[in-house]
Design a protein around this ligand. Sequence first.
Ligand code: 5RP
Ligand code: FE2
Length: 217
Amino acid sequence: MAYSAKIGPSILSSDLSCLGSECVRMMACGADYLHLDVMDGSVFSVAPKATTLCVADMHMMVSRPEQWVKPMAAAGANQYTFHLEATTNPGNLIKEIKESGMKVGLAIKPDTTVEELAPWANQIHMALVMTVEPGFGGQKFMEDMMPKVRWLRSMFPSLDIEVDGGVGPDTIHKCAEAGANMIVSGSAVIGSDDPRSVITLLRTAVADAIQKRSLDR
Ligand SMILES: O=C(CO)[C@H](O)[C@H](O)COP(=O)(O)O
Ligand SMILES: [Fe+2]
């Protein structure tokens, strides 16, 4: 089993006026990577100091995601996650991202079926199943997205599968059981008095589910 439990705090929920130090704080609390949300109209620059210290997963909730590939690579991003709904040529964009030296993440919104993502699954590093409508942090987790995760895990046993939106201590077990291994958590981690403990709890839930799945095989 090639995948492992990874926890990526969503920096969208932090104080954006001190983005760099928030990134450093989350890494010091045990984050495996940082999930940086980028939206049309509120694109923020990746703090160079932070990206030298961490793995940066850029969640590009933008129209024409093609236009940001080179700038994000130059800013030090490690993974470029775009929305299937935002492009007419996913194959070309996947190629461009790889040529820029970044890993490829492919995201689907709640109304997009997982069958639409499937043709690209063998060309990408990670599939992101949105568990809220993209837009802002602090929304309610959509449990009805879990069949998508379960289906992807059964079809692509080695793929990194990420969930994003409303994930925290109350919802992690559903994500972990369904087969997600990359966990984005914004308000539950950043808003906690003890982010380290929340990160550890989330990682343990996912690691336990991975172990159980390997024993069941
Ligand atoms: O992509 C996002 C919103 O569109 C964010 O990553 C997400 O909302 C994380 O925040 P929270 O865990 O509070 O839901
Ligand atoms: Fe996100």
